[in-house]
Write a protein that binds this ligand. Structure first.
Ligand SMILES: [Zn+2]
Length: 485
């Protein structure tokens, strides 16, 4: 969270790309179809969006795991109908349970979904499904639309558009992902995925377990990680039944022998689980960022959110906001100059005062928006080779009531030296091998996790009362729950 967004202009241009229709042969069906882009346009679209997504969502830092997943994906893609695309497989540093594909062969799985899978074949099922969206030219896809809204950046999470006079729409490249696939496209991708994985001898029955997991995770304690999953996609249990019908019985359509639970789990050892507080968290009204070693005090009682590129706070009456983000300029006064040169922005006063002994430049300003006039206070502050912008504003009518809270908040940016905050660590997956037969409940007692029993069950693909044979490799979650959770 709060990562620097790259320049978004090329991505914006994609949305406006001339819709050159041409006739092409669908690589999967062999039928002629009208397509909006040539293959090279498709690849270029994916390549540009990939830069945006990799930078703003963040790539998970585990080169070995990434190389291994890439190898699996490359093998399946090489045997697909479109072996010559620049196939790229990435693990995103995101706790949500998700996977999606971009045109041109860019495929993403979150670390959240990886921690919820239990074998190579399960992973191959997800990767194969996403390859299927690309080979069948479904365009931009995701496992869950509502989910992606979260991965995508909590777009407008708490800020109504009328409170955004600055037109800083959230990452435009990510908006590409809001297009959704039809149910038919999902079924087609399911079938293609089964074919690709079984060609590599992965057991396609594993995919049925993935859909069970998705169904359970959407209803589990932390089910808010995949809101609306069931309402925006073909029902996971229906898809599971469809997959079982094709992969079991006397003459299964698809088959394979490799599952490899042990090998898969070994690769997960030490993986970050859930939200990573090092990327910032709230405790009451105070935002702490351990990696960047600062804090910012929001007004008490405001609603707050730590989104991808911005930390937001909004007053209870929704008439005032304080927004924190990084800007590219190295100099606070240069950053302020550019801000004040923005469309519709009028300078009221400027000040060179430092903020809590950090170099800073600030200004009070007025903005005439389309529907309302706003008054605000902006501070640019330099800390550890980064320039932060703390922007607070309200409607002109509310300014006299809100000014003191806003000004106090925007000047509250300060370094943190408290080790307890700087050293906070995320929870991680740890592997344990059971010594003897035990139930899931017994496992939680013997090898406790810092997540609840339901979550331990979901991530291990087990249900309450299931007996775990002795000698089974299991996941547990260790480490303190993130502060403020
Ligand atoms: Zn899909």
């Amino acid at each position: 969270m709060l990562r620097i967004l790259p320049r978004l202009a090329p991505i914006l241009a994609l949305g406006l790309a001339p819709l050159l229709q041409s006739c092409a042969v669908n690589p999967v069906t062999g039928q002629r179809q009208f397509v909006l882009f040539t293959e090279s346009q498709e690849i270029e679209m994916g390549r540009q969006a990939d830069q945006d997504i990799s930078a703003s969502l963040g790539v998970y830092d585990d080169p070995e795991l990434a190389a291994w997943m890439d190898d699996m994906g490359q093998r399946m893609a090489a045997d697909s109908e479109r072996p010559d695309l620049p196939w790229t497989f990435r693990i995103l540093d995101d706790p949500t349970i998700n996977a999606f594909a971009l045109p041109g062969g860019y495929i993403y799985l979150t670390r959240g979904i990886l921690t919820h899978l239990n074998s190579d074949a399960e992973l191959a099922g997800i990767v194969g499904h996403e390859i299927g969206h690309v080979t069948a030219r479904h365009g931009i896809t995701r496992v869950s639309r509502a989910q992606l809204a979260q991965v995508g950046l909590g777009l407008g999470m708490i800020l109504a558009p009328e409170l955004r006079p600055f037109g800083e729409a959230a990452g435009a490249g990510l908006q590409l992902l809001f297009l959704s696939n039809s149910r038919d496209a999902e079924r087609e991708a399911d079938d293609l995925g089964l074919r690709y994985m079984s060609t590599q001898d992965y057991d396609p029955r594993a995919v049925a377990r993935v859909f069970e997991m998705l169904a359970r995770a959407s209803g589990a304690e932390d089910g808010d990680r995949i809101p609306g999953f069931l309402s925006t996609h073909p029902d996971p249990m229906d898809r599971r039944d469809r997959i079982l019908a094709r992969t079991t019985g006397e003459e299964p359509e698809y088959r394979g022998t490799v599952d490899d639970r042990e090998g898969y789990l070994q690769r997960l050892d030490g993986m970050i689980f859930g939200t990573n507080p090092r990327e910032g968290y709230f405790r009451d009204n105070v935002f702490y960022h351990p990696d960047m070693a600062f804090r910012l005090d929001y007004p008490r009682g405001w609603r707050t959110a730590n989104t991808r590129d911005e930390v937001q706070g909004v007053s209870g009456e929704q008439d005032a906001v304080v927004l924190l983000r990084l800007v590219a300029e190295a100099s606070p006064s240069e950053a302020r100059r550019r801000f004040l040169a923005g469309e519709g922005v009028e300078t009221v006063t400027t000040s060179e005062q430092s903020v809590n002994n950090l170099p800073a430049a600030s200004a009070e300003f007025r903005v005439r928006g389309e529907n309302a006039t706003f008054r605000g206070h902006v501070v640019f502050v330099r800390w550890q080779d980064r320039t932060f912008r703390v922007l607070g504003y309200s409607t002109e009518a509310s300014w006299s009531a809100r000014q003191s809270a806003i000004s106090q908040a925007v000047r509250s940016f300060r370094p943190v030296t408290d080790r307890a905050i700087l050293d906070v660590q995320p929870r991680t997956i740890e592997l344990v091998r059971t010594q003897n037969d035990m139930t899931l409940e017994g496992f939680q007692q013997r090898h406790p996790s810092t997540v609840d029993l339901a979550t331990v069950g979901v991530i291990n693909g087990l249900r309450s009362g299931d007996v775990i044979p002795g000698g089974t490799l299991m996941k547990r979650v260790v480490g303190d729950p993130p502060p403020g959770d």
